[in-house]
Write a protein that binds this ligand. Structure first.
Ligand SMILES: [Zn+2]
Ligand SMILES: [Zn+2]
Ligand SMILES: [Zn+2]
Length: 380
């Protein structure tokens, strides 16, 4: 390339001059496994208190590793005698494996599981004492705070993954130009999607923060399924309803003009029972996709509902833990089904496949006792 072009902005969109960016990229030393590990660490090492702005002035100095799933009642209920849980780990930043990501079983202690440095020691206790120190009784404030914790976690995670954008853009070092182009395009698509998600979650958090500051908790919609045993897996997340349980398309996230209302989901084990709770804010953007999603779940016969829930959780929830003994007792064919669900978000072809609901129900053997909600299904 001529001297003049070397000073132009690089084609990759980094904002740097070509001579300081992609010039000679094909001859640079390629990325190593240890670089991926570094980036994953960076994602988890970000420290911030996500408490509402209004109370941020009295944050304690110490940002702690806060559990995003309650440790004592929840994680403990599915831990083994050594206090270990199982989870699945995806090598999701590894561009080489983008077509077929590696997904492995990983064992983690309850002290570490689901922890992120998203609250200071003061606010972690203050905000969530209604969940940690009180029985769960479907009080609006409890459902609200469950959703709030999930939202903070999801926003934190998306923002800290976005923070690694610069590092990820170097994954094409040592590759031929054609591959450089496709890797940069892949990460551009990925970051654009992150940015839109972050935009919507930030708006939602503003809304949550103002309700929280004003102690208005009746704005929460919920749908809860109670089962007669503890759930073998638990997890939590905030999820944009892109399909319903019939796999009908709902929110089109590529339509960036529109702001979508995400659903919060949590599984909580209490005594010898379990609750699967979905919720969202009624006073945020259009809730019709949330309603359609839940209504499609509500219509599934009870003996297949548990399978549908298992399918959905493994397909959409990264913050997911399960009983090691349960996993070990699954047939390898069943494990593979769940592993393939878990890989779905990486593969850009998310779907909920009805034909698995029965099969998945057999993996759980749940008995649904009761369904509780504050929704009006008349138009759905
Ligand atoms: Zn460049
Ligand atoms: Zn704080
Ligand atoms: Zn999630």
């Amino acid at each position: 390339m001529k001297g003049k072009d070397r000073n132009k902005l690089c084609w990759c969109g980094s904002g740097k001059k070509f001579k300081k960016c992609h010039i000679d990229r094909e001859n640079q030393s390629p990325i190593r496994q240890s670089d991926f590990i570094e980036i994953n660490k960076k994602v988890k090492n970000k420290k911030i208190c996500m408490a509402p702005e209004e109370i941020k002035c009295d944050c304690s100095k110490k940002i702690i590793k806060a559990h995003t799933i309650s440790k004592n009642c929840n994680l403990k209920s599915i831990a083994d005698e050594k206090n270990n849980l199982a989870t699945l780990k995806l090598s999701n930043l590894n561009i080489e494996k983008a077509e077929n990501p590696i997904c492995e079983l990983s064992i983690i202690g309850i002290n570490k599981a689901s922890t992120y440095q998203i609250f200071c020691s003061k606010h972690d206790v203050e905000l969530f004492s209604v969940l940690e120190n009180k029985n769960f009784e479907f009080e609006n404030i409890q459902i609200f705070m469950l959703a709030y914790r999930n939202l903070c976690y999801e926003l934190y995670l998306k923002e800290s993954i976005l923070d690694t954008s610069k590092e990820r853009r170097c994954f094409d070092r040592g590759k031929p130009i054609v591959e450089q182009l496709s890797i940069q395009a892949h990460f551009k698509f990925y970051d654009d999607a992150l940015n839109v998600g972050i935009r919507d979650l930030k708006l939602l958090k503003e809304k949550f923060d103002s309700f929280l500051t004003n102690r208005e908790f009746d704005c929460i919609r919920y749908y809860s399924i109670e089962i007669s045993s503890i759930s073998q897996f638990i997890g939590s997340c905030t999820w944009f309803p892109i399909v319903d349980f019939d796999n009908t398309k709902l929110a089109d996230l590529e339509n960036i003009e529109e702001i979508f209302n995400p659903i919060s989901a949590s599984i909580i084990n209490i005594d010898n029972k379990s609750l699967i709770i979905f919720s969202w804010l009624k006073d945020f953007y259009n809730e019709q996709y949330c309603m359609k999603f839940i209504s499609s779940l509500n219509k599934i016969p009870n003996d297949e509902k548990s399978g549908a829930i298992l399918h959905w959780f493994f397909s959409s929830v990264e913050n997911l833990y399960f009983q090691l003994s349960w996993w070990n007792n699954l047939k390898s064919e069943e494990k593979n089904i769940l592993i393939n669900f878990y890989k779905q978000p990486m593969l850009d072809r998310f779907k909920l496949d009805k034909s698995f609901y029965k099969k998945c129900s057999h993996m759980l053997n749940w008995n649904i006792l009761n369904i509780k909600h504050n929704l009006n299904f008349i138009n759905y």
